[in-house]
Write a protein that binds this ligand. Structure first.
Ligand SMILES: Cc1cc2nc3c(=O)[nH]c(=O)nc-3n(C[C@H](O)[C@H](O)[C@H](O)COP(=O)(O)O)c2cc1C
Length: 196
């Protein structure tokens, strides 16, 4: 059965660049047989966090929150496309993520960081690692780190130049690592209910 992978992206900027990486990842996972879906925080447009999903009485959550909760609960694995703002995480993605907690539990997560500079969003990636661990995900050790994000894809969204070639080379190991943990987590959830 295909792995259900949600790919989260959280920039709200008009001229956002990371969307090309997020879309490429959806296609790259789909090409491996996964059922991959882009979750674009800007498109969903949740308000700044007021009530978490679980704080609404059953059936009272706003429709877009309810729909997203259903997708998160049904997913086998998560990928966070993590841009870097001032050495930190993007607020749009953090806002979306914070609306949930238990809905994330017991699944693996992978981080694909990026930025305009040479450090490839590594500082944001590091922060996400701690946050996702706190939220009950097993963060895999393989990560993608994409520097010079404005030059990594051509106008058709295909990897271009040295940066694009490096991304294409790094992807299979990243995806293999996530697939291994996805299978392990699925098998364990069938074998034994999570302890809480
Ligand atoms: C508010 C802001 C802060 C930024 N801070 C950093 C930074 O700390 N490190 C870095 O490498 N790039 C930084 N950049 C450049 C971003 O990496 C680059 O604009 C990238 O395209 C942002 O992702 P997005 O286009 O998907 O929004 C910053 C950009 C913005 C808008």
């Amino acid at each position: 059965m295909s792995d259900n992978i949600l790919i989260f992206y959280g920039s709200y900027r008009s001229d956002r660049q990371g969307i090309k990486l997020a879309r490429w990842l959806v296609d790259a996972f789909a090409a491996r047989g996964a059922n991959a879906e882009l979750i674009d925080a800007k498109a969903i447009d949740l308000p700044l966090l007021d009530r978490m999903y679980k704080e609404y009485p059953s059936g009272d959550a706003p429709a877009k929150l309810e729909a997203l909760a259903g997708k998160i609960k049904a997913a086998d694995a998560f990928v966070f496309v993590a841009g870097e703002y001032n050495w930190g995480v993007q607020p749009g993605l953090k806002n979306l993520t914070d609306h949930f907690l238990e809905e994330w539990f017991w699944r693996p997560a992978a981080i694909a960081s990026y930025s305009a500079g040479r450090f490839a969003g590594a500082r944001a990636g590091l922060q996400w690692h701690g946050t996702l661990s706190e939220m009950g995900m097993v963060v895999i050790s393989s990560a993608l780190a994409v520097g010079g994000i404005g030059h990594v894809f051509d106008a058709d969204g295909k990897p271009a130049g040295e940066g694009g070639a490096s991304l294409a080379r790094a992807f299979p190991r990243f995806a293999d690592d996530l697939a291994w943990w996805t299978e392990a987590a699925c098998a364990q959830r069938i074998r034994r209910d999570p302890p809480y």
